[in-house]
Design a protein around this ligand. Structure first.
Ligand SMILES: [Zn+2]
Length: 412
């Protein structure tokens, strides 16, 4: 790879997408596949000094994170069910010395996670909420990444058609990206509290499946009348973000999801759709997209005009919009935010990656590079500082700490 120093991170992540891990071709045809790929960087431009070992390690960690996410997304649900996804989370935890918190099956129901439980209860493998937590000394803020991990989406009783269901193994792309990014970013050193929250369920069909008309109470305490069982991602994420707020006291909550087919209509195949209650974070997401190669573009955020799409006569809201031609991807995001409350004082960021999660038949590992760059300011790593929208966190005098913390909380 010949590139300028400022492009090494995006270039390394791009190369890692070109060499996928998952294959179930029989051994005879796999023998011809390359086992090992060596990538050489030649730096050109003003600063063309060779890369330091720790810089190479950062690129290697980022590439591993991208490929881990892509492998999980490529793996079909007869292998990557909720049990196996939990095994992947435990394996990352074991490598980092973190034991995940796991709430599963009937326990979800008893603790009030009506969204995750309602979506996953008809599947053979029970749904789960899993959390990996990094809580270093001296942290000044608490960040939570919440990933949608629908390991397969049949649509539930509002079942998808024979042409729209294939590919739905990829509906765990948000959770896979959160896992890949968490592994890479903690390995590089992360100064703030960081929680990775995984909302895992298989949206299946069976006698115990949620029906249209059923009303579920979500972890927020709000009631939801189900009018479309295929709008399930927002239900599991609503529980996930409220857990991040209530139980983890997060100041900044980012959810990442393959949420809506309409995302491709809104921002296309290459740009994720970003929606947030903060102008600064909206701009930061776009800049992080450009510096990481995981491009992003804003969606309309207008709860006062759009949230009425979910009006229900029976419950606090329905789960799917009345008019599918009225900013559908934005409305789906608003559903999630409404469970935090539109007056919640923290920063909420929603990233819909439904289209860029794959390119043709293959997963892209989309989202890993974006998260690494977006939160690069809190990293100990120099490359991640460079690709961060605001550079490295300043180490100002103790007297300025309060001002700095307030500024950071609002600005990244
Ligand atoms: Zn669905």
């Amino acid at each position: 790879m010949v590139c300028e120093r400022s492009d090494i991170f995006a270039s390394a992540c791009a190369i890692s997408r070109a060499f996928p891990v998952f294959s179930r071709r029989s051994l005879a045809s796999r023998r011809t596949e390359k086992k090992r790929v060596t990538v050489e960087f030649m730096i050109v431009g003003a600063d063309s000094s060779p890369l330091e070992p720790n810089e190479l390690e950062c690129l290697s960690n980022a590439a591993d994170g991208v490929r881990l996410a892509a492998r999980i997304v490529d793996t079909p649900c007869n292998e990557m069910n909720t049990d196996h996804f939990l095994d992947e989370i435990k394996a990352v935890g074991a490598e980092l010395g973190i034991t995940p918190v796991i709430i599963r099956g009937e326990e979800l129901k008893h603790k009030g996670f009506g969204g995750i439980y309602g979506v996953g209860k008809a599947a053979e493998h029970p749904p789960a909420l899993a959390v990996l937590s990094h809580t270093p000394e001296g942290a000044t803020q608490t960040i939570a990444w919440v990933g949608k991990g629908i390991v397969y989406d049949t649509g539930g009783l509002s079942i998808k058609g024979k042409t729209t269901m294939p590919g739905m193994k990829r509906d765990c792309g948000g959770a896979a990206a959160v896992l890949g990014a968490f592994k890479a970013t903690i390995k590089r050193g992360f100064k703030d509290n960081l929680h990775a929250v995984f909302c895992l369920a298989e949206n299946s069909v069976g006698p115990t499946a949620t029906r249209p008309d059923d009303i579920h109470t979500l972890y927020s305490g709000k009631t939801v009348e189900i009018n479309n069982t295929d709008a399930e991602g927002r239900l599991v994420l609503a529980d996930g973000v409220v857990y991040a707020c209530k139980d983890l006291s997060a100041d900044i909550i980012l959810d990442m999801a393959t949420l809506t087919g309409a995302q491709g209509i809104s921002t296309g195949k290459y740009h994720a759709a970003v929606m947030t209650n903060s102008n600064q974070w909206e701009a930061a997401c776009v800049r992080a997209g450009r510096s990481s190669g995981d491009l992003a573009h804003p969606l309309v955020y207008c709860p006062e005009m759009h949230f009425s799409e979910f009006t229900s006569a029976m419950a606090d809201m329905k789960n799917s919009v009345a008019d599918r031609e009225n900013a559908q991807s934005s409305c789906a995001g608003l559903f999630i935010a409404s469970h935090l409350g539109f007056d919640w004082s923290g920063v909420w960021v929603h990233i819909d990656i439904a289209s860029p999660v794959h390119a043709g038949e293959r997963a892209t590992g989309f989202g890993v590079a974006l998260l690494l760059a977006l939160f690069g300011q809190a990293s100990d790593d120099s490359i991640l500082n460079q690709v961060s929208p605001l550079g490295a966190a300043s180490s100002s005098a103790p007297g300025e700490a309060m001002e700095r913390d307030c500024k950071r909380r609002r600005l990244v």
